[in-house]
Design a binder for this molecule. Structure first.
Ligand SMILES: *Cc1c(COP(=O)(O)O)cnc(C)c1O
Length: 369
């Protein structure tokens, strides 16, 4: 019997309640204006892994600082992956997650690429459920608000040799999130970087790992300096096709209603929002093309009117209309034009499913509490 078979499945979690949980008044004050990523709930999940024991020590415990050795592999070689998903409070008070098993499957794919251990999808979803139960009062109920869950995994073997670590830990922390667009959904400007790329062939582009973000931040800073909200990356090999934004996938809408989005080349993150939008658009009878999309197609298409809408999508902002694309050479689109009609109606349909305002015909929702 191999040592990893000693891991019990499914994992059972122990609970250590926080002694310093925020009082209701304090929590309500935070939930009234949480922003994004500013505050964390009273508890967190930890599950540990070693090459000999497999996954063990599953626990829900008070939120607080980690203690890791300075020699931990993650601090030197960046062996880290993460996920992001939201919990939604429905009108009857129940709490739901959107396609959490898809996040679990993606975490396992990311783990494989980063040479980290795979947590099975059942344990992943259970880890989310455990934290949701303990910190249920932290799921806000105002329109377009949610509790953002951030599962992540780090290599914490105290060893400087360069190889896949023999020790890792998985955590889930949770952070209440306000409505992404406070004054209503407004189109954003996007900066096209031609200097930097985020992922190359055979690289980690399809994995959700901190390293991809580290590589994107200098371009993101440039975007801010140009007055843009996010940065658009081209493919690393030819510099001619669009890949994605730093943390969102991209769609173009043609005037005949066809949606076009970059195909999954291995250097693009497989967004669950992207996949859901493809499904919803096809059900409405739209043609959706997943293929190489050149930057000229976007630039010239918007200029000629062949492309009528452009939007980005991801869990944090759901669907974000793109008003203008800016680069060193050109600017296309009208930053003051209203958000596109299809963009807004797909956004509406997706959020209606997430908040339980319409029937969930795809079995995308999982009730947690
Ligand atoms: C997480 C992420 C997305 C969006 O994925 P969703 O599953 O839709 O949230 C897109 N691009 C990158 C680089 C990401 O990390």
């Amino acid at each position: 019997m191999s040592m990893t078979e000693t891991t019990t499945f499914p994992l059972s979690f122990t609970l250590t309640p926080s002694k310093s949980a925020r009082q209701e008044a304090h929590r309500e004050e935070i939930l009234a204006s949480p922003g994004f990523g500013n505050y964390f709930t009273d508890h967190m999940v930890e599950i540990d892994w070693t090459v000999d024991e497999g996954w063990h020590n599953a626990q829900v415990k008070p939120y607080g600082p980690l203690s890791i050795e300075p020699g931990s592999a993650v601090l030197h070689y960046g062996q880290e992956i993460f996920e992001g998903l939201k919990l939604y409070r429905h009108a009857d008070g129940s709490i739901w997650a959107f396609r959490p098993e898809a996040n679990g499957a993606r975490l396992a794919r990311s783990a494989r690429r980063l040479a980290l251990p795979e947590l099975n999808v059942t344990d992943f979803v259970e880890s989310i459920r455990q934290l949701a139960r303990v910190d249920a009062e932290w799921v806000p109920s105002a329109p377009e608000t949610s509790l953002y869950m951030r599962p992540f995994m780090i290599a914490n073997e105290n060893f400087l040799g360069v190889r896949a670590a023999h020790r890792a830990s998985y955590f889930v922390i949770a952070s209440p999130a306000g409505a992404y667009f406070k004054g209503g959904v407004a189109p954003v400007k996007i900066w096209l970087t031609t200097e930097y790329t985020r992922a190359g062939r055979g690289g980690t582009g399809a994995a959700k790992c901190g390293g991809n973000y580290a590589a994107s931040l200098v371009a993101q800073t440039e975007a801010y300096e140009k007055g843009c909200a996010q940065v658009l990356f081209l493919d690393a090999e030819t510099g001619t096709h669009i890949d994605e934004l730093g943390g969102m996938n991209v769609f173009l809408v043609k005037k005949d209603g066809t949606l076009v989005t970059p195909r999954l080349t291995g250097s693009i993150l497989e967004g669950i929002t992207r996949d859901s939008i493809i499904t919803l658009a096809r059900e409405r009878g739209h043609t959706v093309e997943e293929r190489d999309v050149s930057i000229e197609e976007w630039r010239d298409g918007v200029a000629s009117g062949e492309i009528t809408e452009v939007f980005a999508c991801g869990t944090a902002a759901v669907v974000t209309p793109i008003g203008q694309l800016l680069s060193n050479e050109f600017a296309v689109g009208d930053p003051d034009a209203p958000a596109g009609e299809l963009t807004m109606s797909l956004r509406q349909e997706l959020t209606d499913i997430q908040y339980g305002r319409v029937a969930d015909n795809h079995s995308w929702m999982t009730r947690l509490v």
